[in-house]
Design a protein around this ligand. Structure first.
Ligand code: PEP
Ligand code: MG
Length: 866
């Protein structure tokens, strides 16, 4: 039997892999191979495939038998190429061990640098580099990283040792530590490991290597990586690859540097080289945001008002080579790249390239520019835009009229404006946001452990770290507002305060952050909705030429309707009439109507609601003109509308002339065990036809008034919710038609309208052929259809769905992305059966899934009409 190939080598201008092999080699490994093939200066190395990761998890965390031999072979090749030997006392080869999944998960998994150092090889490195300080600095970094990642000794233990030492020796900065000082630190670190794990720090370099490889595979299933995959909907069984690569050093002196860059500005999309670097530093120093990095170009340095020199000024030759590589990479990949590089003693090395994450605005600009530059086609440009990220363009911006007291400024890390109460930990952010509070997460810097808090917060503010720091990159990806590196903030977790000069802000105080300018503002500042961009218009035009679905919006207020129109909605797909009643004054009338003792009392309450509803519809019709407006008759889950608090009960008693006891009894009588499956939807219309009659009248009268006053032809579509049987629909349709006839008689106006139904119960899908005989349209209510197909309550799913995703039972939350195999089959059946008996029927979807890109892809293929 021939053995499986578990390893792919790269380096010296060639590679066994390429960029197309992401699934097997992970993004990092595939792109390292690609860059090596392009003859870019990549330190040689090898990639252990994701197959090994899957093997590892399927075989009780063990490795395939022949892997050891293959690793050995690749190491020998590396040694030849580098003219150094792994574990050799005189001439040691050092490697980095890094994770790399097919879909990038920045900072989520573990990395070990400087591997191959021990008490003996460190001496060899000192001699070879003629820099003892560098050698021991590297060794202490290695001990800390390895112990944290492989041995489980948290890095803060090491940081405490270092800061205590510096304090005692009155040393201010790491750069003031000499070789002798680092040697002392190395001994202290080893003692710490001995004390905490009860073993000597491993001296055997082979053992080190296998420890690190195992730890990288283990990091695939740590909490923060799982959370990240859940948020970004990455399958849990992809696995990570492991990249073992020759170390190059950016910290060997002042002719060394390390940096990260984007081939275009990831925040605005501007076609300018954009990045940050640090002289005499290792990669993690830039990414972790521990030192605030310097700009790459003179232009950017000036824009940031910095007088610390740029790479362009400090190392002009290296900069020129890097700028050449930037061009080459863009031409080759035909997309904006995010790169990492290191300069070792004046020589440039490329450590990584990948598709650069960008804001929605930047994505649009880059795509449009690349069309103009003839790099990509219009169709490609549309496909380049992650539809989900367009959300960012819908984020509010600060009202320019509002007074703002700017108390600090940081970097404009992720655009938009957000307000909230200050919290200092991710857990607090999560807890308070679960209670419905708006919070801003304030941290010195963020780490992957903070993901859940960043997700829960309205925005993120950090006092340290550049535009490529963890906070900045992750927030940008999430579409969250972020201001990073606001250096004037003095954050103290202990006392839960944030000081700016004399000003002290505490946990719970309100602030606003503006991620486009970097401003930090005291208090809550009003915001306004954004204007769509020119680039968005271009992209949407290209998308219009290709799409097959019509697009309607869910909207019930004139404000929402205006927004929908501005963004090109071709109709209203769902106007939830119960949402028109959430206003304090109206809800009383609604309660009176629902809790009425008899029809007379109910009609009395309905009489109050009729003019309000009519007015609402008039406003919507005026705005929509002859575009279709689909209005759904009342569908209130009763529990959302009944009075709960004593205050609400008293109000209700006062306005209806009942006693408090009577109100309480009535409310109790209406309480349901399963309100979501209770007296809602058309069931209410069946019990109290006068409700639907009033609504139909309000619609017809509004249509008639608008037609008369504005000469506009109005096309209301009246939709019945929660239909299970055709008999329900027939009854309700008859009621509507009768009301329509009355209004037409009364007003002398002819009205064109249609009547259709929600399809949101499995029975309706099964019986869609019969139902379609009496419906002009179907709109799939995939929220309820998901609830009823799964038998999972929409309101209670949150408590356990999480575990389903963790255990791979469900890849997505089915209330966010439609469950294609189950609920999708229901939709398909409903559509097919409906079209069987009614060739002209119009089909749409109005559940929240209509805003989810993956689900839209499915609906387009059913195919639905809108
Ligand atoms: C649905 O169930 O998908 C729907 C759109 O209606 P609602 O969310 O109002 O129940
Ligand atoms: Mg519904």
């Amino acid at each position: 039997m021939t053995s499986q190939k578990w390893i792919y080598n790269f380096g010296d201008g060639k590679a066994e892999g390429n960029a197309a092999m992401k699934e097997l080699l992970g993004g990092k490994g595939a792109n390292l191979a690609e860059m090596a093939n392009m003859e870019l200066p990549v330190p040689p190395g090898f990639t252990i495939t994701t197959d090994v990761c899957r093997y590892y998890y399927e075989n009780k965390k063990s490795f395939p038998e022949d892997l050891k031999k293959q690793v050995k072979g690749s190491l020998v090749q590396l040694e030849k190429s580098m003219d150094a030997k792994f574990g050799d006392v005189k001439n040691p080869l050092l490697v980095s061990v890094r994770s790399g999944a097919a879909i990038s998960m920045p900072g989520m998994m573990d990395t070990v640098l400087n591997l191959g150092l021990n008490d003996k090889t460190v001496e060899g490195l000192a001699k070879k580099s003629k820099d003892r300080r560098f050698a021991f600095d590297s060794y202490r970094r290695f001990i800390q990283m390895y112990s944290d990642v492989v041995l489980g000794v948290d890095h803060h233990h090491f940081e405490t040792i270092l800061s205590d030492y510096k304090h005692d020796a009155s040393i201010l900065s790491d750069t003031d530590m000499g070789a002798a000082e680092w040697e002392v630190i190395v001994e202290k670190y080893k003692a710490e490991v001995r004390m905490r794990v009860g073993i000597e720090f491993p001296q055997d370099t082979e053992q080190q290597l296998w420890g690190a490889i195992g730890a990288v595979f283990d990091s695939w299933s740590i909490e923060r990586a799982i959370t990240y995959r859940k948020i970004h909907q990455i399958p849990h069984d992809l696995g990570t690859a492991v990249n073992v690569q020759t170390m190059v050093f950016g910290n060997m002196g002042n002719d060394c540097a390390t940096g990260v860059a984007f081939t275009r500005d990831p925040s605005t999309g501007k076609n300018a080289f954009y990045g940050e670097y640090l002289v005499n530093a290792q990669g993690e120093d830039v990414v972790a945001g521990i030192r605030t990095p310097q700009q790459l170009t003179v232009e950017e340095r000036k824009a940031q008002h910095s007088d610390v020199p740029s790479l362009e000024e400090v190392m002009p030759k290296v900069f020129k080579e890097l700028a050449g590589i930037r061009k080459k990479l863009e031409k080759h990949y035909r997309d904006m790249q995010d790169i990492e590089f290191t300069v070792q003693q004046g020589k440039l090395y490329m450590l990584q390239t990948r598709t650069g994450k960008r804001t929605a605005r930047a994505a649009l600009k880059v795509a449009c520019d690349m069309v103009d530059e003839k790099l990509i086609s219009e169709t490609e440009a549309v496909l380049r835009i992650d539809a989900g990220c367009l959300d960012q363009l819908l984020h509010p911006v600060l009202d320019p009229q509002a007074v703002r007291e700017v108390i600090a400024t940081g970097l404009p890390a992720s655009p938009g404006a957000a307000s909230g109460r200050i919290v200092f930990t991710a857990d607090e952010a999560e807890a308070l946001s679960k209670r419905g509070q708006e919070v801003i997460l304030v941290r010195i810097e963020t780490s992957p452990e903070d993901i859940h808090g960043m997700e829960a917060a309205n925005g993120i503010l950090t006092s340290r770290g550049g535009m490529t720091s963890h906070a900045a990159v992750v927030a940008r990806g999430m579409g969250k507002v972020c201001v990073s590196g606001a250096g004037d903030l003095d954050i103290d977790y202990g006392s839960k305060t944030m000081k700016i000069g004399d000003l002290v802000l505490r946990h719970g105080d309100a602030i606003t952050i503006e991620g486009t300018s970097g401003e930090v503002i005291k208090g809550m500042v009003p915001t306004i909705d954004p204007e769509p961009s020119e680039e968005l218009d271009r992209i949407l035009k290209w998308a219009d030429a290709a799409r097959i679905l019509k697009v309607r919006a869910n909207a019930e207020t004139p404000r929402d309707v205006k927004t929908a129109l501005r963004f090109g909605a071709e109709g209203i797909g769902l106007c939830r009439t119960e949402h028109m009643f959430f206003d304090a004054e109206r809800i009383l009338a609604v309660r009176q109507m629902m809790m009425a003792d008899d029809e007379d009392e109910r009609r009395y309450a309905l009489l109050k609601l009729l003019p309000m509803q009519r007015h609402d519809f008039e406003e919507i019709f005026k705005l929509m003109g002859d575009l279709p407006v689909c209005i759904r008759l009342l569908d209130p889950p009763l529990h959302e509308f009944l009075p709960h608090s004593e205050r609400e009960m008293i109000e209700m008693a006062e306005s209806s002339g009942k006693t408090l006891a009577e109100v309480e009894t009535a409310a109790n009588k209406m309480k349901e065990s399963n309100p979501m499956l209770g007296h809602r939807g058309c069931r209410l219309g069946i019990s109290y036809p006068e409700i639907y009659e009033m609504q139909a009248r309000a619609i017809f009268e509004a249509a008639s008034n608008v037609q008369k006053a504005y000469g506009k032809k109005v096309h209301p579509e009246i939709m019945i919710p929660l239909i299970a049987t055709v008999e329900e629909l027939i009854l309700m349709r008859t009621l509507i038609e009768k009301t329509g006839e009355s209004v037409m008689r009364e007003t002398g106006q002819k009205l064109e309208y249609s009547v259709g139904t929600m399809i949101e119960l499995p029975r309706a899908c099964v019986r869609a052929d019969r139902i379609a005989e009496h419906a002009d349209f179907f709109s799939f209510g995939t929220n309820d259809l998901t609830q009823t197909t799964f038998g999972i309550s929409r309101d209670d799913a949150g408590t356990f769905l999480d575990r389903y995703q963790r255990q791979n039972i469900l890849l997505h939350d089915p209330f966010v992305t439609v469950d294609i195999n189950g609920v999708g089959t229901m939709v398909q059946m409903g559509a097919d059966r409906g079209r069987q008996t009614n060739k002209k029927i119009k089909l749409g979807i109005c559940g929240e899934h209509g805003g989810d890109p993956k689900s839209v892809d499915f609906f387009a293929n059913v195919p639905l009409d809108y």
